[in-house]
Design a protein around this ligand. Structure first.
Ligand code: ADP
Ligand code: ZN
Ligand code: ZN
Length: 741
C-alpha cells in the first residue's frame, strides 16, 4: 500500500503568530487542509487569529491537538517561500538568549518582502530568431534602428526588451525576426564597489599561510569549539586575503559562506573584492537594496544559486543550506549589535549558527574586543603586507588651548597643503557646536523631549536634538531674558569644516562625512569617491572616516577631542578610544606616502612622512598611550586584567533593563518590581537608576552583573514576562539588553 495514503488526515500545524505583543505567546494549533500537505516547519501561513488575520510561522507539525478538531481553525493561505527550518530553530534560540519573544525573533529571519506577498518580477525579454539572423545577413529591408537592435541581440543574447525599445521590437516580432516573452527576472543589485580591485589571488605570505592552514584544518574537521578564530592583524596586514582564501576553500568543499561586514556603504571595497574574486556566486544582502532586490538575492541564496552572502549583521540570517564558514570582518565594530528588540549580537549569533552547521567562525580585526581575544583562538598577522611600519602617533595636550586645532595640527595640515597631499580628520561630534547658552542668564537650550542640550547646526539655521531628531530655529536672542548674547560651546564637524576652509583655502578642499553631510547612502559613496579622486584634500567627519576605506595617499590622520569617547560613563570607554585611534592610524600611510620600511631611509614619494596626531584633554590616558605605541597586545592584556578584577565581560555578563513611560513614577514602579523578582545566585543588581528623559519618556534602568549567564538570562526573562501585563497597564515599555554595547 502506498505509505502516503496512511498519513493521518488531521495534520496539525503549530503556528507562532507574528504579533509584537509580549502577552501573546504561541504556538497555536491549526488544522491543515489536504491540499496544504506540503506545509512544513518554517512555512509562512496567513491564519485567522483573535478575530483578525495575521501571519504566522509553522514551528512544528503534529498529529493531534489538545483542542477538539471542530475547534481548530484552518489557515487561509500558505505564502511561499517560507523560512528554512534551521533559521526557525535559530530564532527560537535568539528569543530566549536575548529575552525577547519567538514572534519578534522570527521577524528577523523572514524572507524579505514576503509579508507583502512579493514574487519574482517578470519582464519582457527579446531574443533573436533564426529568421532574424538571416535577415541581418541577407540584407533584408531594415531601418537603421531595427538593424542596430537585431545586432545587439545577436551580440548580447536574450535582452530585457525595455532596454532596446519595445515598439521597435514589437514590429520585428510581427515579422518573425525576434521573439518576445515574459520571463523571471532576478533584480540584481548594482555593484557597489569603489576603489582598487583585485581579481587574481596573490601568493600568500608565511603568516597568512599559517593562519589559513589552521582555519582550513578546522574546516575539514567540521568547526566546533576549536573552529573559532580571531585573525588579529593591523590594517593592511592581509586579513581580507585570508578571508578570501578561506571562502574559496569552503566553496571548493561544496559548502557556503557568510561574510559579515560592519556596514556596506562604508566597506564597498571589501564587498567589491569578494564579487571580483567569486563573481555571481556572491549575493549581497543589505538594507540599501530595494525590497525586490533583497528578495531576489535571498532566493538566490535559498536556491543554492548563490553560495556566498556578504552583508552587515542581518546577513548572519542568510538562507544558506550548508554553511562551512562565517567570516566577521572588523569584529570590534559596534554595528554588529542590533539596537531593536531582539537586541541580538551578530557575532554571538554567528557562533551559534556555525555550531548548528558545523561551520568555522573566522573573526578579524586590528583592534579585537577583549572578549574575542579570550574566547577565540588567536591567529596573528604582525606586519603590513607592503612592509611599511605604522605611522608614528603623537598625543597633543589640549589643556589651555582654546582653538579647536592645536598649533601642531595646524602646522601638519599646512604641510599637507603645501605638498598637495591628503589628510583625514576625525571629530566624533556633528553640528556646529555641542551646546548653546545665554550669556545674560545662563539659559541652556534643551530638547523639549529629551533631557539633553540641543546642538547648533548653523548651515540649516537650526538647533537639533541628536537623540530624537527634534529641530527648531536657531535663536538670535534668549527667550528667557531677551539678551542677544547667545554663546556657542565646543566644536562640531560643521564648525571645523569652516575652520579648515578659512585656514587653508581652496588648495585643501574639505570633504565632510557625517550623518548631516551625507544623508542618503549614495551621497556617502559619492563623498568617498570624490575624496579618493581628488589629488589633495581633507576628509573630515565622525567615526565613519576611520572605517574600512583603503585610500592610497593619506599622509596625516588627526583625532580631535579624543576624550569624547573616554568621557562616556561606560566600561568600554577605553576599548572604544583605543580602537578609534588605532583604526584611524591604519588608514594613514598605506600607499606611496607611507612610512619607509627601514627608519631613516627617505620615503619613496615626495611629501611629508605619514603621521597621526591625537588631540586630547587627557594626555595621560592609558588607552591613548597604548594606541600611540601601536601596542594592541599590551592594551588587551591590561584591559583584560581590569575586566577580570571588575568581573566585566568576558569574565561576567551584563544585562541591562530599561523601563520607559510618559510618567517617571510608572517607569520606576516597574523597574522596582523587576528588581524584586530577579534573584539569581551570584548576580549583582545595580539600580533602579534614573536615566535622562528620552523622546518624551522618563526612563529607569537596572543593570545586572552576573557570572551564571544562562540562569540569569532565564530569571530576567521570566521576571519580564511576569511584569508584562502590569507594564502594559501602566504604559511602560520594558527593553532588555543582554550584552549591552
Ligand atoms: P587587511 O584586510 O588586513 O586590511 P588586505 O587583505 O586588504 O589587508 O591586504 C592589504 C593589501 O595587500 C591589499 O591591497 C591586498 O590586495 C594586498 N595583499 C594581501 N595579501 C597579499 C599577498 N600575500 N601578496 C601581495 N599582496 C597582498
Ligand atoms: Zn537669557
Ligand atoms: Zn530630543
Amino acid at each position: 500500500m502506498n505509505p502516503r495514503l496512511q498519513r493521518p488526515p488531521d495534520l496539525i500545524a503549530r503556528v507562532e503568530p507574528l504579533t509584537l505583543t509580549r502577552a501573546v505567546r504561541g504556538p497555536f494549533d491549526y488544522k491543515l487542509r489536504p491540499e496544504q500537505a506540503d506545509v512544513g516547519v518554517g512555512s509562512l501561513l496567513r491564519v485567522p487569529f483573535g478575530g483578525r488575520r495575521t501571519l504566522g510561522v509553522v514551528l512544528e507539525l503534529a498529529n493531534e491537538s489538545e483542542l477538539a478538531p471542530e475547534r481548530l481553525a484552518e489557515p487561509d493561505a500558505v505564502l511561499p517561500p517560507g523560512v528554512p527550518p534551521d533559521l526557525v530553530a535559530l530564532a527560537g534560540w535568539i528569543a530566549s538568549e536575548y529575552c525577547s519573544t519567538p514572534a519578534r525573533a522570527l521577524g528577523l529571519v523572514l524572507p524579505p518582502g514576503t509579508a507583502g506577498g512579493l514574487k519574482r518580477r517578470q519582464v519582457l525579454v527579446a531574443e533573436l530568431t533564426a529568421a532574424g539572423a538571416d535577415a541581418l545577413d541577407g540584407g533584408d529591408r531594415l531601418t537603421d534602428r531595427q538593424r542596430t537592435t537585431l545586432e545587439t541581440l545577436r551580440r548580447d543574447g536574450p535582452t530585457v526588451a525595455a532596454s532596446l525599445g519595445t515598439e521597435t521590437l514589437r514590429r520585428l516580432e510581427g515579422r518573425g525576426l525576434v521573439t518576445l516573452d515574459r520571463r523571471d527576472h532576478a533584480r540584481r543589485p548594482r555593484s557597489v564597489s569603489i576603489g582598487r580591485r583585485l581579481d587574481a589571488a596573490p601568493a600568500l605570505t608565511g603568516e597568512q599561510t599559517t593562519a589559513l592552514h589552521t582555519v582550513l584544518g578546522a574546516l575539514r574537521s567540521g568547526g566546533g569549539a576549536d573552529g573559532r578564530f580571531l585573525l588579529h592583524g593591523v590594517t593592511g596586514s592581509g586579513k581580507t586575503e585570508v578571508y578570501l582564501r578561506a571562502v574559496q576553500e569552503t566553496l571548493a568543499a561544496g559548502r557556503g559562506a557568510i561574510v559579515l561586514v560592519p556596514e556596506i556603504a562604508l566597506t564597498p571595497q571589501t564587498v567589491g573584492r569578494f564579487q571580483a574574486r567569486f563573481g555571481d556566486v556572491v549575493a549581497v544582502l543589505h538594507s540599501g537594496l530595494g525590497q525586490g532586490e533583497r528578495h531576489d538575492e535571498w532566493l538566490r541564496l535559498r536556491s543554492g544559486e548563490a553560495r556566498v552572502c556578504v552583508g552587515p549583521r542581518s546577513a548572519v540570517f542568510a538562507p544558506l543550506a550548508d554553511i562551512g564558514l562565517i567570516v566577521v570582518d572588523e569584529e570590534h565594530d559596534a554595528s554588529y549589535k542590533h539596537e531593536g528588540d531582539p537586541r541580538y549580537d551578530a557575532r554571538t549569533v554567528a557562533i551559534r549558527r556555525a555550531h548548528m552547521h558545523g561551520a568555522v567562525v573566522l573573526a578579524g580585526s586590528a583592534t579585537p574586543r577583549p572578549e574575542s581575544a579570550v574566547t577565540l583562538t588567536r591567529l596573528r598577522l604582525r606586519d603590513r603586507i607592503d612592509g611599511r611600519s605604522l605611522p608614528p602617533v603623537e598625543v597633543l595636550d589640549m589643556r589651555g588651548t582654546h582653538h579647536p586645532l592645536h598649533p601642531a595640527t595646524r602646522m601638519a595640515l599646512a604641510d599637507v597643503r603645501s605638498a598637495g597631499g591628503k589628510a583625514i580628520v576625525l571629530l566624533n561630534r556633528r553640528g556646529w557646536s555641542n551646546f548653546v547658552t545665554c550669556r545674560g542668564c545662563g539659559h541652556v537650550w534643551m530638547c523639549p523631549n529629551c533631557e539633553v542640550a540641543l546642538v547648533l547646526h548653523r548651515a540649516a539655521g537650526q538647533l537639533a536634538c541628536h537623540h530624537c531628531g527634534h529641530r527648531r530655529r536657531a535663536p538670535s536672542r534668549c527667550e528667557e531674558c531677551g539678551s542677544v548674547a547667545v554663546a556657542r560651546h565646543g566644536a562640531g564637524t560643521e564648525s571645523v569644516e569652516q575652520e579648515l576652509r578659512e585656514a587653508f583655502g581652496a588648495d585643501l578642499p574639505v570633504f565632510r562625512l557625517d550623518a548631516d553631510a551625507v544623508a542618503g547612502k549614495d551621497r556617502l559613496a559619492q563623498t568617498l569617491q570624490a575624496f579618493e579622486a581628488s589629488p589633495a584634500g581633507v576628509l573630515l567627519g565622525t567615526q565613519m572616516v576611520a572605517k574600512g576605506h583603503d585610500f592610497a595617499d593619506v599622509s596625516l590622520g588627526v583625532v580631535l577631542d579624543a576624550d569624547q569617547t573616554l568621557r562616556f560613563p561606560d566600561f568600554r570607554a577605553e576599548e572604544r578610544t583605543f580602537a578609534l585611534v588605532t583604526q584611524l592610524a591604519g588608514r594613514v600611510g598605506r600607499g606611496e606616502n607611507g612610512v619607509p620600511p627601514t627608519p631613516g631611509t627617505p620615503a619613496t614619494a615626495p611629501g611629508p612622512p605619514a603621521r597621526v596626531l591625537v588631540q586630547t584633554l587627557a594626555p595621560a590616558a592609558e588607552s591613548l598611550a597604548f594606541a600611540a605605541r601601536h601596542d594592541s597586545d599590551g592594551f588587551l592584556e591590561q584591559e583584560l586584567a581590569r575586566r577580570r578584577a571588575l568581573r566585566y565581560p568576558p569574565f561576567g555578563s551584563l544585562i541591562r533593563i530599561v523601563c520607559s513611560a510618559p510618567e517617571a513614577e510608572e517607569a520606576l514602579a516597574v523597574t522596582t518590581r523587576l528588581h524584586g523578582l530577579i534573584t539569581p545566585v551570584g548576580a549583582t543588581l545595580l539600580g533602579p537608576a534614573p536615566l535622562f528623559r528620552l523622546r518624551g519618556r522618563s526612563r529607569s534602568q537596572l543593570v545586572i552583573k552576573c557570572l551564571d549567564r544562562r540562569n540569569t538570562v532565564r530569571a530576567v526573562g521570566s521576571a519580564v514576562d511576569e511584569c508584562a501585563a502590569d507594564a502594559v497597564r501602566r504604559g511602560v515599555s520594558v527593553s532588555v539588553d543582554v550584552d549591552p554595547q
